[in-house]
Design a binder for this molecule. Structure first.
Ligand SMILES: NC(=O)c1ccc[n+]([C@@H]2O[C@H](COP(=O)([O-])OP(=O)(O)OC[C@H]3O[C@@H](n4cnc5c(N)ncnc54)[C@H](OP(=O)(O)O)[C@@H]3O)[C@@H](O)[C@H]2O)c1
Length: 359
């Protein structure tokens, strides 16, 4: 059986990956070893003793190394393994090697053909994409496949979980801090003033987000770039084009916003179509592009029931709704989509890629 070394299995992405592998019985089809950067020698999953995630000797015994540990780890360990002529597969959730020319960004329901070709060509580095990009392509990959997309403008509503576990706790701490404002407060105007005062309080917890997120939002994700975009916004364009192998690239641009959702990202898209295509045809293309995408009729009840982070979190569903032609022209399509960013946005493409490599 294929020897697979897991690094980062207890982090957020790694935890979801382990849960999904257990659900699908994947671990029984491989020979897994578990590594840790901080607690080698202690007990890990399946009662195994954790190996040292910095031991190149141990790591180089693996046919596949699957890491959800982060970019610093990849940047440190991968070059050392290559210096030892290790020739296994490197499967990674971090962005460290995404744009490396010898790496493929994986999202097999969308780019399974690119992945198969890369394996045949001897490519050994496979990397999960940015969560928002993967979720967008799960939703509208069919429109790209039909060569219908001229450009896309994206406005995102990204959950706290995308920033990591500490940020999720901070969002809850901020909510708790504010929740006290509502007690015994019968007047909405003074409630508003109290919430504002509490957000400005010196003890209001903002150490991770650097700003209030509860009862507010943050229109900036990741570092800034010279051209005025944030890195998250830049990824939207370069990763999408790389995943699909588009030449020339399709322009993708917009504003990425952190909101107080907990686990699922949402996106409002404006899509400039290459030609006027009916909404009925677009719905068909979208819903037939993969088995997880669901078209939600553009009406209130179904939208509230099925097209929200609350409705989607913990599932693999990718609902697409609020779909209509815009009043600015027949080639302008708008839609809204939601997806669990720890599943399709992070762990699931990695889990499925392991299955492809071990088939
Ligand atoms: N969060 C997301 O939604 C998301 C989405 C797509 C991609 N990614 C990328 O995936 C990589 C991993 O992200 P992540 O959010 O999963 O990182 P994380 O939750 O911070 O976990 C990373 C590592 O931190 C260590 N750790 C230390 N204390 C821990 C504790 N109390 N509980 C759990 N782990 C602890 C663990 O390594 P040891 O066991 O070795 O100590 C763990 O594997 C990053 O490169 C990230 O950019 C994340």
């Amino acid at each position: 059986m294929t020897k697979v070394g897991f690094v980062g299995w207890r982090g957020m992405v790694g935890h979801v990956l382990m849960d999904r592998m257990n659900e699908e019985g994947d671990l029984s089809r491989i020979n897994p070893d578990f590594f840790s950067t901080s607690t080698p020698g202690q007990k890990g999953p399946q009662d195994q003793i954790l190996k040292d995630a910095f031991s190149i000797d141990e790591l180089s015994q693996m046919d596949i190394i699957c890491t959800c540990q982060g970019s610093d780890y990849t940047n440190k360990v991968y070059p050392e393994l290559k210096r030892r002529d290790w020739n296994g597969y490197w499967l990674d959730s971090s962005s460290a090697m995404r744009m490396n020319e010898n790496a493929v960004i994986i999202l097999d329901p969308v780019n399974g053909n690119v992945i198969d070709r890369a394996i045949d060509q001897g490519i050994k580095i496979f990397v999960g994409g940015n969560c928002t990009v993967s979720l967008m392509l799960m939703a509208i990959g069919g429109l790209f496949k039909e060569n219908l997309v001229d450009w896309v403008s994206t406005m995102t509503y990204q959950a706290a979980s995308g920033a990591g576990a500490r940020h999720m706790f901070e969002l809850m701490d901020q909510m708790s801090f504010l929740a006290g404002s509502a007690v015994d407060n019968k007047d909405a105007l003074s409630l508003g003033k109290l919430v504002q005062k509490n957000m400005e309080h010196a003890s209001f917890p903002t150490g991770n987000f650097n700003a209030p997120l509860a009862a507010s939002l943050i229109p900036w994700i990741d570092d800034g770039m010279k051209d005025g975009r944030t890195k998250e916004e830049w990824k939207g364009e370069v990763e999408l084009n790389k995943i699909l192998g588009l030449k020339p690239p399709v322009p993708v641009d917009g504003i990425c916003v952190r909101v107080g959702a907990f686990r699922s990202h949402s996106q409002a898209l404006t899509i400039k179509l290459k030609r006027d295509v009916s909404i009925a045809s677009i719905e068909d293309i979208v819903k037939n592009s993969n088995k997880w995408v669901k078209v939600i009729p553009n009406e209130k009840k179904q939208t509230l029931d099925k097209l929200t982070p609350a409705a989607v979190s913990g599932t693999l569903d990718i609902p697409v709704g609020r779909m209509r032609k815009m009043t600015i022209g027949k080639e302008y399509l708008t839609l809204f989509t939601v997806g669990d960013q720890l599943l399709w946005g992070a762990a699931e493409p990695i889990r499925r890629m392991l299955g492809i490599l071990c088939r």
